[in-house]
Design a protein around this ligand. Structure first.
Ligand code: SAH
Ligand code: SF4
Length: 343
C-alpha cells in the first residue's frame, strides 16, 4: 500500500482527513488484509477502497512451508503478471526475519544463483518491496504465529544497489513510526559490491547493516563468480569499504558462498583474512560462510569438514566467521534459490 495514494484518494473524494490516520492504523498496526475488516472506517469508504485501492500491490499465488516450519516461502504475482518470491524465517523462537526481493531477476548474473540465471526483467517499486513486509506481518497475524517480524534483510531476488531509489524509499517507510516503525539497526542490505553506491548508503543510512558478497579475493575468480564485478575490481571495493567505515564506524558483513573446488581451500581462507585485514582492522568484519545451496550441477557445497577448516583458518587470523544455517532448502527458499518463475 502506498500511503500517498490513500491521502490523494481521501482528499479527492473529500472524506475527512482523520480517515488517513485510521487507515494507517488499520493497515500497519492491526494488519487488516481486507478493507471490509477495517471496521473503524465508515461502510461507504470501506466499499470504495475495496473497489479502487487494493491493500497489497500483488497477490500471493502460492505459499510453501518448510518441513521444520522455520521458513515459509511465498510467490507473489505482480500486477503485470511477473512474479517474485519472498521468505519468512524464524531464526529463534518469537523472532521472525524476512528476506525481501528488490527486482524481478537480476542483471549481475552470478552462475551459482537461481535469480542470476534469468537476467533482469524489471525493478520493483518501493510499494512492491514494502508490501512484502506488510504481507508477512499480515501472515503472522492471520496464522496467529507467536512473535513478531523484527528484521528485514534485503537479500532476496535482485541487486538492491541497482534499484537504489526504491530501496531508499522502502527503508524510510520501514523507519516511519506511523507505518512499520522498524529501525535502521534491524535492516540489512546485501550487495554484490556495487562500489558507487556503498558510500551513498553509508551517508543515507549510517546505522543500517551492510553486507557485501565477496566470494573471492582474486579478481580473476571473482569475475567468473560475479560477472559484473569486472567493472568494480577488488582494489576499488577495498577503498569503498574504508570510506564506509570512516562514515559509519559499523561492522561490515562479508558473505562468502563456499563452492567446492573453487574458493574453499584453507589457502584461500588465509588470503581472504589477509585481504580483509589490509582493508580494515579485523574487528570491523563478520564473515558469513554460506555453503552453496544447489541450483545447478556445476556448483556444490564443500564437505562439512572443509567448511569448518575454512572457518577455523579465518578465526586463526582473528576474523569473526560463522557458518550460515540454511533454512528452507527443502522449499527452495534458501539463499540463491529464489527465482521469478512461480514454483
Ligand atoms: N544481489 C545481492 C543480494 C541478493 S543475493 C547480493 O548478491 O549480495 C543474497 C546472497 O545469496 C548473496 O550473498 C549471494 O551470494 C547468496 N547466494 C546466491 N546464490 C547462492 C547459492 N546457490 N547458495 C548459497 N548462497 C547463494
Ligand atoms: Fe544477483 Fe545476488 Fe544472485 Fe548475484 S547472487 S545474481 S547479485 S541476486
Amino acid at each position: 500500500m502506498d500511503i500517498k495514494k490513500i491521502e490523494k484518494f481521501i482528499k479527492s473524494r473529500k472524506y475527512p482527513l482523520y480517515h488517513i490516520n485510521q487507515i494507517q492504523r488499520a493497515v500497519y498496526k492491526n494488519y487488516v488484509d481486507e478493507w471490509s475488516k477495517a471496521t473503524s472506517l465508515p461502510l461507504q469508504l470501506r466499499e470504495e477502497l475495496s473497489l479502487k485501492i487494493p491493500i497489497l500491490s500483488f497477490s500471493p499465488s502460492k505459499i510453501l512451508i518448510s518441513g521444520k516450519s522455520d521458513a515459509v516461502k511465498a510467490a507473489l504475482k505482480l500486477r503485470d503478471d511477473l512474479s517474485v518470491e519472498t521468505v519468512l524465517l524464524k531464526l529463534k523462537p518469537g523472532h521472525f526475519s524476512t528476506c525481501v526481493s528488490v527486482q524481478v531477476g537480476c542483471a549481475v548474473g552470478c552462475p551459482f544463483c537461481a535469480t542470476g540465471k534469468t537476467g533482469l526483467k524489471r525493478n520493483l517499486t518501493a510499494e512492491e518491496i514494502s508490501d512484502q513486509i506488510l504481507f508477512w506481518k499480515q501472515h503472522i497475524n492471520r496464522e496467529g504465529l507467536e512473535g513478531d517480524l523484527k528484521n528485514i534483510i534485503f537479500m532476496g531476488m535482485g541487486e538492491p544497489f541497482f534499484n537504489y531509489e526504491a530501496v531508499k524509499k522502502t527503508i524510510k517507510i520501514l523507519n516511519n513510526r506511523d507505518l512499520f516503525n522498524i529501525g535502521q539497526r534491524h535492516i540489512s542490505v546485501s550487495t554484490f559490491g556495487y562500489v558507487p553506491k556503498i558510500t551513498q548508503f553509508a551517508k543515507d543510512f549510517p546505522q543500517a547493516n551492510l553486507a557485501i558478497s565477496l566470494h573471492s579475493v582474486s579478481d580473476e575468480i571473482r569475475q567468473k563468480l560475479v560477472p559484473l564485478s569486472g567493472k568494480f575490481k577488488l582494489e576499488k571495493l577495498s577503498t569503498a569499504i574504508k570510506n564506509y567505515l570512516q562514515i559509519t564506524n559499523r561492522k561490515i558483513f562479508i558473505e562468502y558462498v563456499l563452492l567446492s573446488g573453487i574458493n574453499d581451500s584453507a589457502k584461500k581462507a588465509k588470503k581472504l583474512a589477509l585481504w580483509l585485514r589490509n582493508a580494515a582492522p579485523a574487528k570491523y568484519f563478520a564473515v558469513n560462510l554460506i555453503p552453496c545451496n544447489s541450483v545447478s550441477k556445476s556448483f556444490s557445497a564443500p564437505s562439512p569438514e572443509k567448511v569448518k577448516l575454512f572457518q577455523n583458518t579465518l578465526l586463526d587470523y582473528n576474523i569473526n566467521a560463522t557458518i550460515r544455517k540454511s533454512l528452507g532448502r527443502d522449499i527452495k527458499g534458501a539463499c540463491g534459490q529464489l527465482a521469478y518463475k512461480p514454483f
